[in-house]
Design a protein. Structure first.
Lengths: 296, 707
């Protein structure tokens, strides 16, 4: 019995192993997650079941052993299922805390009226309940005083200003130390593969829905040809991505991408020039000369 | 004096019971379908009538007003007769009430999938149905008070105080929140706009929870629990205290749904302070219930009905503690708009309302059929699968709520949002949404098993339609001695009791609503905010029809994580022409208050056609029908006229020119789309909705450029 769950565990691992090996198979990562979660849940259930079975087995064995030792049936029953101790009456502390009176006094507290057989007791409202009530009233008054009379607490707009101020300080402190200080004035054209790989990842995630997976242009323009609406210099691209072009439906990415990320994706787009992807959108904007050589 | 013989009407109780179970199953099934769409958008069956934005209101309306509503009437009609020792005032009124209520629900089932909605949460039904609800509610009140007047019991039991408070408060809430100006047979505009509309809506929304899901159920608890456990109610004094405290304080708490919005700060703070004060009065009901079981806990072990009651009371206690905590602004800033709130309401709805309803059904059906419950085993199965269902539902939703909220707030050291793409956070929590639908399915399975069990119970017994009873008639008032306790005296006077309850709930109502509704200085105007163009207005109504606000908010809160993500925080003056407001209460998708100009028209066109084209992995449904359906421009005139009546400054006579302007703007958008090789006629609905989306937040941006 004991080995059952471990055998099953191995069995499960065995089943799971091929799917792990075939990482690039048709099964998506998400589905794998679900399968994994399901397996874990199943396993837990199995362990619980095994425990129950184990418990029963032990009882059965004990019974058999005791019987072989010549113990009578009644004694066995007594050993395996000892009678539950009569519950202790709840202590005075509990009764006091709840301001309860002993049940034996109840008949003196029954009120004279009854409704369809329902009687009511003349118990006082529990003391702790009254303290809770008064406590919350004091809290409520204190809350109003705090925010509206003494102004010790900040209301929402003040709170907001404080939050933004603190964040600005923290941000400046961080940026002054980091290399993440690129903007449209100092962005450089590079062909470092690491930069392009990072740029590609961002492009697929954020730009592809409008510009197409190969930048061939869908809702947004084709980014691989010679024609540009807002300039083709690396600084132009950086600016267009950072601030967007509201009139043309290009969103502002300043809040969603870090300066480094904007630089990476700008460089990636530059690297796509003249790739002639399939299904390229017709040219939009003015013809620009490539600045690749110039900057190199 | 001789005891009088009379008969309790059990048939009406049975009818409401059947309706409870049937609508419960329907409402929960719709909920399950909606839940599945949140990870598998194709579950809308590619059909506009079954898409999330339209069936989410159907789910909430069905479970609140059909399932819980019928359960309330079942419980009230059963207990009221017995507590007053009288048959219901009029069988005809009972029947009108029953069938009227079912008709209202049926009309909701028809109109909500059609997209006929006011967009006010839990009050989505359009104006003709609002009137029907008012009439039927009055019928119910008339029938209840008629019964009270012919009672054979001098004093009113605590359950009836709760019923009276429910009746009078729901009437006030429903009427005030239904102030709308009809435009056509099934279209109206809310009289209030923007912040004011939001305040009224959440004053209503919060107190619908208080006076539809809480007070009638507390009343039922006070009748059925002592009966089930055969124990006296723990404390009469506690009943008095928590009843008055509860109805007085609850009404103030609505603004906690609008923290960090443009609602004036003092109103927000009042809402928070009163929410905290609500803990003890809410718990009063739970304590009185649980202590009533004192000395009967041995029964709870064996009796599945008491088990249901204990879980119901515990869920009530948890939800009413969690609620005040959620109202604290520090916690609210994380929880609001997230799945945390969904978890919170479902602990209350599935635990408190659901389980208490099941307990009452299991107790009452065998009694009116003079038989035993068909199967205790099945009832026990229902209890366990239901409890597990609640846990499987709530835990993943809490988890999802924390996860998504914290992701949305996270910044990198560079001071950028760590997850600038909202969709990333959505994809993260999809497994939790799968789990949640499993929990919901378990709960629903339990209800179906209950339906079978009750059906078999009814089949093995026979309905005692008119149950004989007898009681002494009331002695004339002048013969009884004046009572010294003031509350005992009040319990003899139903009208005074109702007036007192009305007075108590109106105090909070007036103090909170009146200043914001009447003093215009609370809403600073912004010069650049202009009324919507006729095309945008039509687009906005499509946005309402499709229920976009079920998943997208339109209010940017003053948090750095939101102003970075969406743009500057919302101002009250931006919403002055928004009849109704569309702030929403849940962000399944991103906020749209600043969506205008963020993307091109072509992006929106493709995104509405198939969201996954532009945002791979998105769980937004496809709105392909917007591309093919023609915009109904015959309503433009009436809409412009109605808006002007409500104070929107369209020039006099603009109605005549509105459709020409509409055409012009639509043609411009179609021409712009044509540049991107999208061929679409300018009279399609998609053009109008794009126009609206591109307008949102533009006025405040215009303000910036002119400065």
């Amino acid at each position: 019995m004991k080995y059952h769950s471990s055998i099953l565990l191995f069995g499960l691992l065995f089943i799971a192993a091929p799917s792990q090996a075939a990482d690039d198979s048709l099964i998506s990562g998400k589905l794998m997650d679900y399968i994994g979660l399901g397996a874990v849940a199943f396993l837990l259930l199995l362990v619980v079941t095994a425990l129950f079975v184990l418990l029963r087995t032990i009882k059965l064995f004990t019974r058999a052993i005791l019987r072989s030792e010549g113990v009578t049936e009644e004694e066995i029953e007594l050993k395996l299922d000892p009678p539950k101790a009569t519950p202790k009456p709840k202590g005075d502390v509990w009764i006091k805390l709840m301001s309860l009176r002993p049940l034996s006094e109840e008949k003196d507290m029954i009120m004279e009226h009854e409704y369809d057989g329902i009687q009511e007791l003349d118990n006082p409202t529990p003391a702790w309940f009254m303290y809770l009530f008064y406590g919350t009233i004091i809290f409520g008054i204190g809350y109003l005083l705090n925010y509206h009379v003494f102004h010790t607490g900040q209301l929402q707009y003040q709170e907001y200003q404080t939050e933004v101020k603190q964040a600005d300080i923290a941000k400046q402190a961080f940026l002054s130390k980091s290399a993440n200080r690129v903007d449209e004035n100092n962005v450089k054209l590079v062909s470092d593969p690491a930069v392009l790989a990072s740029g590609k990842a961002i492009f697929i995630q954020t730009c592809a829905p409008c510009h197409g997976e190969h930048a061939q242009g869908v809702v947004g323009p084709n980014l691989t040809d010679d024609y540009w609406l807002h300039g083709n210099k690396i600084a132009d691209l950086f600016k267009t991505i950072k601030y967007g072009v509201a009139a043309k439906g290009m969103p502002t990415w300043e809040k969603q991408l870090s300066p480094k990320q904007i630089a990476d994706v700008s460089n990636y787009v530059k690297s796509l020039h003249d790739t002639h992807p399939a299904g390229a959108k017709e040219p939009q904007g003015t013809k620009e000369t490539d600045d690749k050589l110039a900057s190199k | 004096m001789q005891p009088e013989k009379f008969y309790y009407d059990n048939k009406i109780v049975r009818d409401f019971g059947i309706a409870t179970v049937l609508w419960g199953i329907i409402g929960m099934t719709v909920g399950l379908i909606a839940a599945i769409q949140l990870y598998h958008p194709g579950a809308n069956m590619h059909n506009q009538y079954t898409t999330f934005g339209r069936i989410r209101p159907l789910h909430t309306n069905a479970v609140i007003f059909a399932f819980v509503g019928n359960a309330i009437f079942m419980g009230v009609y059963y207990s009221l007769q017995r507590l007053l020792k009288a048959r219901m005032f009029s069988d005809v009124l009972s029947k009108i009430h029953f069938w009227g209520w079912q008709l209202i629900i049926v009309s909701a089932v028809i109109t909500l999938p059609l997209g006929l909605t006011t967009s006010h949460e839990y009050a989505e039904l359009e104006w003709p149905i609002d009137i029907a609800i008012t009439i039927i509610w009055v019928v119910f009140g008339f029938n209840m008070f008629g019964t009270i007047f012919k009672r054979r019991e001098r004093h009113l039991y605590v359950a009836i105080w709760f019923y009276i408070a429910t009746f009078v408060t729901i009437a006030v809430l429903h009427i005030v929140n239904s102030f709308e100006l009809p435009v056509s047979a099934f279209k109206s505009y809310m009289v209030y706009a923007g912040v004011q509309d939001a305040l009224v809506q959440w004053w209503y929304g919060h107190n619908a929870v208080a006076f539809f899901l809480t007070t009638p159920y507390l009343g039922m608890m006070y009748y059925f629990l002592p009966k089930m456990a055969n124990r006296p109610v723990y404390s009469y004094k506690l009943s008095i205290l928590h009843f008055w405290a509860l109805i007085f304080i609850y009404i103030w708490a609505g603004p906690h749904h609008l923290l960090y919005t443009t609602l004036p700060g003092w109103a927000q703070s009042l809402g928070v302070a009163f929410s905290i004060m609500l803990i003890a009065p809410s718990w009063g009901g739970m304590i009185n219930g649980l202590l009533t079981l004192r000395g009967a806990w041995d029964k709870v072990r064996d009796d599945v009905i008491l088990k249901f009651m204990v879980v119901a009371l515990t869920a009530y206690g948890m939800a009413t503690f969690e609620g005040p905590m959620l109202s604290l602004k520090q916690i609210n800033s994380i929880a609001h708009f997230s799945d945390w709130i969904i978890a919170h309401v479902h602990v209350g709805a599935l635990g408190w309302n659901g389980f208490l309803t099941f307990a009452v059904l299991y107790w009452l059906i065998p009694r009116i059929y003079k038989t035993e419950l068909f199967s205790k085993k099945l009832a026990s199965f229902h209890f366990w699968i239901g409890t597990l269902g609640i846990i499987f539902y709530a835990v993943p939703m809490y988890w999802a709520g924390f996860t998504q909220s914290l992701m949305l707030k996270e910044f990198t050291p560079e001071g950028m949002l760590k997850y600038p793409n909202f969709l990333e956070t959505t994809l993260q929590i999809l497994p939790m949404h799968v789990m949640r639908s499993v929990g919901g399915a378990m709960y629903l399975l339990g209800v179906i098993v209950m339906a079978y069990n009750l059906l078999r119970t009814a089949k093995q017994g026979s309905l005692v339609a008119n149950e004989a009873a007898q009681a002494m008639p009331l002695e004339p008032v002048h013969t009884i001695a004046r009572e010294s306790a003031w509350h005992r005296r009040l319990e003899r006077k139903p009208i005074q009791l109702m007036v007192a309850a009305l007075f108590v709930i109106l105090i909070g109502t007036f103090i909170e609503l009146m200043p914001t509704l009447t003093i215009s200085s609370n809403i600073p105007t912004i010069a650049s905010v202009k009324p919507y163009s006729s095309l945008e207005l039509q687009g906005r109504d499509l946005y309402i029809r499709e229920g976009c606000s079920n998943c997208h908010s339109q209010t940017v809160r003053p948090f750095r994580s939101e102003t970075e993500r969406y743009g500057e925080y919302s101002k009250a003056g931006e919403f002055v022409y928004d009849h109704p407001f569309l702030w929403g209460s849940k962000r399944t998708g991103p906020d749209l208050a600043r969506i205008g100009g963020k993307y091109g028209n072509a992006w929106h066109y493709n995104h509405l056609m198939d969201p996954r084209l532009m945002s791979p992995g998105s769980i937004m449904p496809e709105y392909s029908w917007l591309l093919t359906q023609n915009l109904d421009t015959t309503t433009t005139r009436a809409k412009i006229h109605a808006m002007r009546t409500l104070g929107v400054p369209y020039p006099v006579g603009y109605e005549n020119q509105a459709n020409a302007d509409l055409d012009e703007q639509a043609k411009a958008i179609a021409a712009d789309l044509a540049k991107d090789h999208i061929k679409v006629k300018s009279n399609k609905e998609v053009i109008a909705i794009i126009a609206y989306l591109q307008r949102m937040g533009m006025d405040i941006k215009a303000n910036k450029t002119t400065k």
